[in-house]
Design a protein around this ligand. Sequence first.
Ligand code: NAP
Length: 324
Amino acid sequence: MNETASKTMKAVAIDRFGGIETLKTKDLPIPAVAADEVLVRVEAAGVGVWDPYEREGGFAKQFNITPVFPLILGSDGAGTVESVGANAKRFKKGDRVYGIAFLNPKGGFYSQYVVVKESSLSRIPGKLTMPQAAAMAVDAITALVGLDKTLGLKRDESILILGASGGVGHLAVQLAKRMGARVLAVASGTDGVTYVKELGADKVVDGYKEDVVAAAKQFAPNGLDAVLFTVGGDVAEKALSALKEGGRAAYPNGVRPVPQARAGIKIEHFDGEYAPPPFEKLNKLIEAGPFDVHVARTFSLDQVADAQRMLDEHYLGKLALITK
Ligand SMILES: NC(=O)c1ccc[n+]([C@@H]2O[C@H](COP(=O)([O-])OP(=O)(O)OC[C@H]3O[C@@H](n4cnc5c(N)ncnc54)[C@H](OP(=O)(O)O)[C@@H]3O)[C@@H](O)[C@H]2O)c1
């Protein structure tokens, strides 16, 4: 029996789907660890823009999942390994790890402990802190899948990244540069533009104030090779109009409104890859040079309602909970 069996943990869980008032801090049993699983002592959890959708029952309905309450939210996070199942050979107690627990039946990362499959975890790359590693897991994997697998981005190609100062966007800018592409970043606000310039984008414009089509024409006079967008609507349609004939566009599922199909370009939607996530490819790219994960603000578990409220405000990068 491991030393945490029968102990309890503090976690944010819901007893029914609903509004922000359903988020409750509770003492819950630490889940048992099966042979292919790992128990992680969580230090930080990402607060995803999709968390309110999960809290409201959106994913349960979408994927036809019968919920088991109390349900612990939190799709990604980081911490140290506490114990491992008999067949989990890659990690040992004390390893610093980050990972993904999207719709995990044993609960998410809004908690002091989480039990996930060994394949859902990775060592933390580079010099990232726990809150940085926690906040990036889903968004960095999503950015990588979008750029690499869905768009097939190649060296020297031009790409417009829309929402470049947001969660997926600021990571996609750095990964696309590392993949050798020329990046036109469309960020939010003066602070967003300043920050994304520091990340090494070739050109940065403010998508709320500047003419995105004119910027794209100047950046790629014969049309852009690719567009990755993390928000929909008017500015996304404008970005799509700047693609060359035969150009490719992609957006992660969840982006609304979904774009209008148009002749001569390929628009694909995708999900991050979670079973298992391509962590080693991601870590290698991250470790190829300085890499930043911007955690705009951290909250304690007891402040989770404030954290989810802040998702509706303007901020750069991601939000995180400090769970220990
Ligand atoms: N399917 C999957 O596997 C998956 C995984 C991760 C994420 N997603 C989805 O992907 C989307 C993006 O996620 P995220 O974490 O990156 O969200 P996010 O942090 O909210 O990023 C969106 C960014 O776009 C910015 N923005 C909005 N309008 C803009 C404009 N006109 N010009 C420039 N920037 C603009 C926002 O800034 P302001 O807030 O200042 O407006 C925000 O920074 C969400 O819909 C999410 O649900 C899907």
